[in-house]
Write a protein that binds this ligand. Structure first.
Ligand code: ADP
Ligand code: ADP
Length: 227
């Protein structure tokens, strides 16, 4: 089953002479449980693509279907709700809310929608992430690796259809990078959680089931490594 379908997606920033075509007619699909890495040179359109998959921006043309929902057919309110329930976003610089505790940051997407947090699901996630002793801490009382674990917790709490990560280890040393990738892969393999990761790091890309290379806003290569 395809959890994600990208159809003829284009994104043009700006207008007239200064317009930049960041993505040009990109199409692909991703199966439930797949681990896909997106690679490509700086400025090739990777972040633009991830933002469009995540419902953070709107495309100039084309469609994104997540679990059969055409996300850009939704209005802003519906899209915000869909995003919090079905899309887990992980960023290079964590994007945690500094005045909220670890527990509050993790449960925020649920609270914003007045959804009940399942305590068993919450405990399972914080246990796996090794955050059970850090729940009352603020983000700036944590190491970078721990902050990224919090953002993984926040991304997973609503049991979303897909996890999208933009250079999730880009700000971490090699030991923490490895641990973060092991955690993401564990959720991918054990819970069949679909995972899409942008990376510059070839060692990370080679761990994926499939590598999509983006060049000049187009899919230059799409290789399945592990069928
Ligand atoms: P990558 O993530 O591969 O580095 P991006 O998606 O960030 O690439 O950028 C693709 C192209 O779109 C680049 O030429 C970049 O300068 C341009 N771009 C990205 N975001 C914006 C924006 N908000 N406004 C205008 N141009 C942008
Ligand atoms: P609002 O629509 O009320 O402005 P947002 O959707 O911007 O709320 O989300 C508020 C916070 O929750 C942000 O810090 C954002 O990064 C985080 N967040 C929202 N949705 C997700 C998600 N699906 N995965 C991870 N973090 C999310």
């Amino acid at each position: 089953m395809n959890i994600l379908e990208v159809k003829n997606l284009s994104k043009v920033y700006g207008k007239g002479e200064t317009a930049v075509t960041a993505l040009h007619d990109v199409s692909f699909s991703v199966k439930k449980g797949e681990f896909v890495c997106i690679i490509g040179p700086s400025g090739s359109g990777k972040s633009t693509l991830l933002h469009l998959l995540g419902g953070v921006d709107r495309p100039t043309r084309g469609k994104v279907l997540i679990d059969e929902t055409d996300i850009y057919d939704l209005n802003e309110t519906q899209l915000a709700i869909f995003r919090r329930r079905q899309i887990g976003l992980i960023y290079q610089f964590y994007n945690l809310i500094p005045i909220l505790t670890v527990a509050e940051n993790i449960t925020l997407p649920m609270l914003l929608d007045e959804q009940k947090v399942d305590p068993a699901q919450f405990n399972k996630i914080v246990d796996i992430l090794g955050l059970d002793q850090r729940l009352s801490h603020l983000p700036n009382q944590l190491s970078g690796g721990q902050q990224q674990r919090v953002s993984i917790g926040r991304a997973l709490i609503s049991n979303p259809a897909i996890i999208l990560a933009d250079e999730p280890t880009g700000n971490l040393d090699s030991k923490n990078s490895e641990e973060i990738m092991e955690l993401l892969k564990m959720f991918n393999k054990t819970y069949n959680q679909t995972l899409i990761v942008i990376t510059h790091d070839e060692r990370i890309a080679l761990q994926a089931d499939r590598i999509i290379s983006i060049e000049d806003g187009k899919v230059a290569k799409d290789e399945v490594i592990r069928p």
